[in-house]
Design a protein. Structure first.
Length: 684
């Protein structure tokens, strides 16, 4: 058996205390690359699908991509994988942080936790790769910030900590994992799985050095090119100025902002949350993740009012929308305070915010009748109290700790929990159908990142050019039509798998295709340079397809059916405008829907089930019986698929020149607009 890299997979049995290290084979690297790819195979090879997500039979897997620590732009990501306690199916969450670089430098790419400890523990990974399981009884109940500080002091400056808070300890189904103090793995409840295993934290000691790279000069060549393109990117210019907070204004204008549990998409108070207000009033420092040229992160401080003096680090659109508008809160101070609290509790701001929004509407509609207390939209104190009750599983908090889907069944209020496959999705504008379809097809349940259709979202010249080269369609003219949306989502999902498997950041990398770089061909070059493989662009795309098929097969084994691909809709009633209902009604199935083409491109049956032909084509015939794959004859081959969809967009000289000129002009305009907005804020 051939091994191509000295980094290893560490399997830690928390029941017995046994630790096993094994090399990563060439076959594993070739077929699954790293990160969520290898994670997926490990999870699928287990019997986790047959057991409850909170049982000791579930695995908790941390996967670091091979680019991490190499200096490539935004090469700092990790994927945590397990059967999800939210969806009862495949789950994962992706996050950054120096913990990932430390772990890879020590020589471990994957941590696999099996079993369950009978008391709280934390795992120490030493710089020489030795692994110890230590008692964490004194850490149980602590906030994540305190745990991080205590363990960093105990194990030396430069060590990095990943941990859970009270939410994970008390098995709140949407509990998050906090890495390197301020990076959050929020979706699908990975913190809950960590809590079920009584695993409070993981510490990795600092080791001087860098991960092994076989062809350093080639990596440096690609890195320098990507950094140059990043600096000239309109998308990253916007990200550098406002971070993902720029999406608040964009989604507000598109009618896609979640307000009061999706009762509306507009409110006059939303403008108070536009990014410029945060930047002027609360930002103290712009910062970047390690190796990132963007710098979308923000340090902040609340300068006045009841929360004066509170400080925080990192803020993204999802957390702001989930804690703020979704719960009727439109002032930055309250949102920042609640964001800090959610991170300390280890509480996913997106799923948790949606669950609280659901609970607030149940009080509003009289579904929950409590003579002693009525929780209301727009009251930050009420939201804070509910957060604590959820993490203590106290009163209504015990019901809410199960997530919006399960809580809605208990309260007989399913029409107010907007979920896809038990995961909160919300309602979205039907003006961007590819994005809506990606929420449905995401293998981890309703999700905005698994198939982030960036070529359609960003629009303009970029979308037109890329769509012409890749999808053979005119993007702008077809955003609101169902035609060719299946292929768009399928391609973007496999593109995202490639990014995650390498360990790159989506936000930074998706700015590069507009300049004609960072497509599947260059992902192959990077992988080959780091690991000394000989992969092609088709190999990278096929690896993404292979990963999808195993994740989908895992979900089918967990009970996924065609009727689960259902878009939630709000019923007509007082307080909900007719236009909002019309704008958020989306048809996905049937001959006129988007799913048939998606299933065809994925080589699935019309019901979304695995097929023998696609498994054989991908070289995973050994899983045909386990997946109960259907022997369907009329299955689209990957070869046929690639005749309809391109893998790389080779821009012409004219297209490159137009893109460069437009990017330069727009970047200058954005800088002037930012300066003008700040001047106006000061004047006010």
């Amino acid at each position: 058996m051939e091994y191509i890299h000295d980094n290893q997979i560490a399997t830690i049995n928390l029941t017995t205390g046994d630790v096993r290290l094994e090399e990563i084979t060439r076959e594993l690297r070739t077929n699954y690359i790293g990160g969520p790819g290898i994670n997926t195979k490990i999870l699928y090879d287990s019997d986790a699908a047959d057991h409850d997500a909170l049982s000791e039979k579930n695995l908790l897997i941390f996967g670091i991509g091979p680019s991490v620590g190499t200096g490539l732009p935004a090469s700092n990501r990790c994927t945590i994988t397990a059967k999800s306690p939210i969806t009862d199916a495949y789950g994962d969450s992706n996050l950054g942080g120096e913990f990932n670089v430390r772990l890879r430098t020590v020589g471990i790419d994957h941590l696999v936790f099996s079993g369950r400890s009978d008391h709280p523990v934390y795992v120490l990974i030493k710089s020489n790769r030795e692994i110890e399981i230590l008692d964490a009884s004194e850490l149980w109940g602590m906030y994540t910030e305190k745990v991080t500080e205590l363990l960093t002091e105990r194990h030396g400056k430069g060590s990095e900590v990943t941990c859970i808070g009270p939410a994970g300890e008390n098995l709140v189904r949407f509990a998050s994992v906090i890495m390197s103090k301020c990076h959050v793995a929020g979706r699908t409840g990975m913190g809950c799985v960590m809590g079920a295993k009584k695993l409070k934290a993981i510490v990795v000691e600092k080791k001087v050095g860098k991960p092994q790279v076989y062809h350093q000069e080639k990596v440096k060549e690609i890195r320098d090119q990507w950094i140059k393109k990043c600096r000239a990117s309109v998308i990253l210019k916007s990200g550098s100025i406002q971070g993902t907070l720029m999406l608040i204004k964009r989604y507000h204008k598109q009618g896609a902002l979640p307000i009061r549990n999706f009762q509306a998409a507009d409110d006059k108070k939303v403008k108070e949350l536009y990014a410029e207000n945060f930047l002027y009033k609360h930002e103290t420092k712009r910062k970047a993740c390690i190796y990132c040229p963007v710098g979308c992160a923000r340090e902040y401080e609340i300068k006045e009012g009841r929360y004066k003096g509170e400080k925080g680090d990192r803020l993204d659109y999802g957390a702001v929308a989930g804690i703020g508008p979704l719960n009727g809160i439109f002032d930055w101070a309250s949102i920042l305070h609640l964001k800090n609290l959610s991170d300390n509790l280890g509480f996913d701001a997106i799923e948790g915010g949606s669950t609280i929004g659901f609970i607030l509407e149940c009080y509003q509609r009289g579904i929950i009748k409590d003579p002693e207390k009525i929780y209301e939209f727009g009251n930050a104190d009420d939201v804070e109290e509910l957060m604590h009750k959820i993490c203590r599983r106290e009163g209504i908090g015990d019901i809410a700790a199960e997530g919006a889907y399960r809580a809605s069944i208990v309260l007989h209020a399913e029409e107010y929990a907007f979920c896809i496959r038990k995961s909160s999705s919300g309602l979205h504008s039907n003006s961007h159908l590819a994005k809506s379809l990606s929420y449905l097809t995401s293998t981890r349940g309703a999700d905005h990142l698994k198939g982030y259709v960036f070529t359609a979202v960003f629009g303009g010249f970029f979308s037109e050019v890329v769509s012409k080269h890749i999808f053979k369609t005119k993007a702008e003219k077809n955003f609101s039509k169902v035609e060719k949306k299946g292929r768009v989502v399928c391609w973007h999902e496999n593109y995202k798998y490639a990014i995650d498997c390498l360990g790159l950041c989506l936000f930074a990398i998706t700015a590069l295709p507009s300049a004609g770089v960072a497509y599947f061909n260059e992902f192959a070059e990077v992988t080959n340079a780091i690991l000394n493989t000989d992969l092609t662009d088709e190999d990278i795309y096929t690896a993404g397809e292979r990963i999808y098929q195993l994740q989908n097969a895992f979900n089918v084994a967990c009970g996924l059916k065609l009727e689960d691909y259902h878009w939630p809709e709000r019923k007509k009633e007082d307080g909900v405008k007719e236009k909002f209902l019309k704008d958020t009604t989306i048809k996905v199935g049937g001959e006129e829907g988007m799913l048939p083409e998606y299933f065809r491109y994925r080589g699935l049956t019309p019901e979304g089930l695995p097929t023998v032909k696609r498994f054989q084509e991908l070289g995973i015939s050994m899983y045909i019986d386990k997946a109960k794959a259907t022997d369907l004859k009329d299955v689209m081959s990957i070869e046929a698929l690639l005749k309809e969809v391109g893998l790389n967009a080779e821009l012409t000289k004219k297209e490159n020149r137009i893109n460069e000129v437009m990017s330069s002009l727009i970047c200058k305009l954005m800088t002037k607009q930012d300066e003008k907005a700040l001047r106006n804020m000061k004047h006010e």
